[in-house]
Design a protein around this ligand. Structure first.
Ligand code: BUP
Length: 462
């Protein structure tokens, strides 16, 4: 059989929430005999990213590593103090260094697959060197509908042709989206770097050759249909569902919590994590700890008090407090850790029966992949929209008032009640198990996502 001559370069932005699905996509492409060049911004913002890259390149020597060396980070002129966003700003500025890198790649590329947050910076470059440019959208299809429509609407007014409503944005032919679910930077009146990047990237999407999404028809059927219905979205590139991208072998096992999990009854433990870049307030961490202990539910809790892992140097006791440390140190009911662990591996452990999550999209897809019901507690960004999908699919519960206005710090009693609910509710478990089957079917050769990837490869080989 003839070897594929397709050669694609993948280019993610900063943060594990983007790097992880890009590495999984690279793994799927390699498995389909595609030659892959992986462009990584250097340096990375977190240790987790540089470790993941090293272990990926060690496992896949056939993948060509390429570094985009970033321009100096000028903290004084940066418009944000969030390290991930500061890094993102610099990656955008450094995209002008891409043309010589892209031209040096051999054999020549068939296409570039660019992160959804970098498309407006990269598209002029790929056009200049004559390369097809696909976007990889690392969030939900529903988020994509907002992303691509936002530049046509102004908050408070609906899009032309739809009814006015202050609290809901109506995107013609698609489900309305409450304004309160929008990523917060979009709601700021003043212009800011993030808002203008979201708007610019949303606009540029229409000029891409196609949009790959880490989702599947069984989870977002209506939205995916609408996105590909030419009558609704004329002029937009095809939106191709290729997910949920399965966890890959190079993602190293971390045995510490797994040993403890091995001693727990099947389906009895709730895994608690708010992702790689959300730091909770000290007060909220303590209430959450109180809720976990009160609930009597077994748990593995990943505690994070700083956004970037390298800065997260405080001891566990300083973060969660002495009382909680005492309550959890016997490890009768729970395990509290302050380190990176292989989340997907933990979610796949038979002892896990629930996931208290911020609903980063990768976390949602990983929970679906392993059939774990969720207690959704979105914090910012696309997480509210993702939580709404978890709720709609019936695989989790979402208490929408959490983290809003006067109820900013959610009390331990309330958290305990909800934790008990997800561990008791048999219908949630049954639906999560069915969704897991649907996810695995989607990825099979005859599944929607399997066919989506095949169709993409057929197009690239032309
Ligand atoms: Br924390 C943590 N181990 O300890 P999301 C995260 N992860 O494997 P985020 C670990 O990082 P964005 C840990 O499995 C997922 O693949 C986790 O991505 C993994 O959320 C990824 O869930 C985190 O999308 O990113 O980090 O908030 O803001 O881009 O959604």
């Amino acid at each position: 059989e003839r070897k594929s001559t397709i050669h694609v370069a993948l280019f993610p932005t900063s943060g594990m929430g983007h790097l992880t699905p890009f590495l999984r996509l690279a793994t799927s492409l390699v498995a389909s005999d595609v030659r892959v060049t992986f462009i990584a911004a250097h340096p990375t913002v977190s240790l987790a990213e540089s470790r993941a890259l090293s272990s990926f390149f060690a496992s896949f020597p056939q993948v060509i590593p390429m570094q985009l060396c970033l321009l100096p980070i000028d903290e004084s002129s940066s418009s944000t103090d969030d390290p991930f966003y500061r890094h993102y700003e610099v990656i955008c500025r450094s995209c002008r260094l891409l043309p010589p890198l892209l031209s040096s790649i051999s054999p020549p590329l068939s296409a570039l697959i660019t992160d959804m947050s970098l498309i407006s910076a990269v598209l002029p470059v790929s056009r200049a060197v004559g390369l097809p440019n696909y976007v990889f959208f690392t969030s939900s299809a529903k988020m994509l509908t907002l992303f691509m429509s936002f530049h046509k609407i102004s908050v408070g007014k609906a899009m032309p042709g739809s009814e006015d409503n202050e609290d809901v944005i109506k995107i013609p032919n698609l489900e309305p989206i409450p304004v309160s679910w929008f990523p917060p930077p979009l709601l700021e009146e003043e212009d800011n770097f993030l808002k203008s990047s979201l708007i610019q990237n949303g606009k540029s999407m229409s000029d891409a050759d196609g949009i790959l999404i880490n989702t599947f028809h069984g989870f977002e059927q209506d939205t995916l249909r609408a996105l590909n219905d030419v009558n609704i979205t004329s002029g937009l590139p095809p939106a191709i569902a290729i997910g949920p991208l399965p966890p890959a072998n190079f993602e190293e096992p971390h045995s510490h919590p797994l040993a403890w999990l091995g001693d727990q009854p099947i389906g009895s433990v709730v895994y608690v994590s708010f992702g790689s870049r959300t730091a909770m307030s000290r007060d909220q961490i303590r209430e959450l700890g109180d809720g976990l202990v009160r609930s009597g539910v077994r748990f593995v809790w990943i505690v994070k008090s700083k956004k970037v892992d390298e800065e997260d140097t405080e001891g566990l006791e300083d973060v969660i407090g002495q009382n909680l440390m005492m309550a959890t140190s016997g490890a009768v009911n729970g395990l509290v850790v302050k380190c990176w662990l292989n989340q997907s591996e933990v979610l796949g452990h038979p002892a896990i029966g629930g996931f208290l999550s911020h609903c980063g999209w990768n976390s949602v897809m990983e929970a679906v992949w392993h059939g774990v019901p969720m207690l959704a507690w979105p914090q910012h960004g696309d997480q509210m929209i993702n939580a709404s999908l978890v709720k709609r699919a019936g695989i989790g519960i979402w208490e929408e008032s959490w983290g809003r206005g006067e109820k900013d710090v959610v009390k331990g009693e309330e958290i305990a009640d909800r934790l008990e609910e997800i561990t008791r509710d048999e219908s949630l478990k049954a639906r999560a198990a069915r969704m897991k089957e649907a996810a695995r079917t989607a990825l099979g050769a005859d599944g929607d996502s399997g066919r989506g990837l095949k169709a993409l490869l057929a197009k690239l080989s032309q």
